[in-house]
Design a protein around this ligand. Structure first.
Ligand code: F6R
Length: 365
């Protein structure tokens, strides 16, 4: 049931602190990633992995995109992320020592399942499913399984399944990094960072009223642009998807560096621009992108880390979220975007839990 909440989506957003913890803890042993959580023979199958192919649809695809940044930077393995509907119909080149990973909440998505069956005929070293439903087809048919513990997700728009996928992908990256020589000391520090995710998420909950106000401004418009760099680019994509799905507004996400290559032409005083600007080495670049939006009179909503020095301006609102480390900032920045979409849908009076034309589990192509 929905309990004290008005909608399942709202309930599921506010469960994320709990389900992140529930996903993380059983995957640890003595403060390190417990490889047995992925299967009995996980160590043997994963220890010399050099390449990773990730395949998924929709929100799960965005989780894969976030992970690709971590996999390459932390583990030095090459990583390719692809939509299942594209992957399954092309000739793929599989180098030795490649791991095939699917991401899926339901484990029954037709394209993802077909992609796995196709992959099993290719020379992959192993297939791994990151999935939320233990008895699903995807889980049954994969060699290795790393379950998310999000519990049943009822709202059609995926929320808690996504952030728990991010958690498991981070754990997988840490494990692969260990096999590539990451020190135990570094691993402990990374896991410590992941342990802080539930607390950081709870701190974002306290911004709910502020986010509802920002959502009112967005809900009056018909289009919104989301910008991010690095791992925040796929998070921007996820924010745009959430808004589209439940408000029927048009929304797009761009890597901020692409602004001048097209989308800047759309920006005027009627266009809300949601910018994800965590404190990281890309912040200076992000700031110059925001100056371009400002110069065209766009309505900026900047989501930034506490203490990063952003201030509200005439046509600019700043939402500050807790400062978080690289591995968990994608989780922390997802929360305000989910809440933004949720509140915008309330203002627009749309069906939050069951958006028109969409099904929770896409079991046909
Ligand atoms: C978006 C959403 C969909 C699913 C997609 C894949 O909110 O829910 O985009 O993410 O249909 O579903 P799963 O993860 O079950 O394979």
């Amino acid at each position: 049931t929905k309990g004290i909440y008005d909608h399942f989506m709202q309930k599921e957003i506010f469960e994320q602190d709990t389900v992140l913890e529930r996903t993380l803890l059983p995957a640890l042993k003595n403060g390190l990633v417990n490889e047995a959580a992925l299967g009995d023979n996980a160590a043997e199958l994963l220890k010399d992995i050099e390449h990773v192919h990730i395949v998924a649809c929709g929100t799960s695809y965005h989780a894969g995109m976030v992970a690709s940044y971590t996999l390459e930077s932390l583990c030095g393995v090459t990583c390719k992320v692809e939509l299942a509907s594209e992957y399954r119909y092309r000739r793929v080149v599989v180098k030795p020592k490649t791991l095939f990973v699917t991401l899926s909440q339901s484990g029954e998505t037709a394209d993802t399942l077909a992609a796995l069956r196709f992959a099993k005929r290719q020379p992959y070293q192993a297939t791994l499913a990151i999935c939320n439903v233990p008895e699903s087809s995807l889980v049954r048919e994969s060699q290795l399984v790393f379950l998310t513990q999000a519990g049943p997700e009822i709202g059609v728009a995926s929320t808690k399944a996504f952030t728990t996928q991010l958690m498991n992908m981070s754990l997988l990256a840490v494990l692969l990094a260990r096999y590539q020589g990451l020190s135990q000391h570094r691993e402990l520090a990374l896991i410590d960072m992941l342990r802080r995710a539930p607390e950081q998420v709870r701190r974002v909950y306290s911004l709910d009223n502020q986010i509802a106000e920002l959502a009112e401004g967005i809900a009056e418009r018909n289009y919104a642009l989301f910008l991010g760099r690095g791992q925040m680019y796929p998070i921007a994509m996820e924010g745009a998807l959430k808004l589209k799905e439940i408000t029927y507004m048009s929304a797009e996400a761009y890597a901020a560096g692409e602004l001048k290559h097209g989308p800047l032409a759309l920006v005027d005083s009627q266009v809300p621009v949601v910018a994800l600007a965590p404190y990281n080495p890309l912040l200076a670049k992000m700031k110059s992108n925001l100056a371009e939006v400002r110069a065209r009179g766009g309505q900026l909503i900047v989501i930034a880390d506490e203490g990063a020095g952003y201030r509200d301006g005439t046509s600019e609102r700043v939402l500050t979220v807790p400062k978080s480390g690289g591995l968990i900032s994608p989780i922390v920045y997802t929360l305000p975007l989910q809440l933004l979409a949720y509140h915008a849908a309330l203002y627009r009076g749309t069906n939050v839990d069951q958006p028109r034309n969409l099904a929770k589990s896409v079991t046909v192509e």
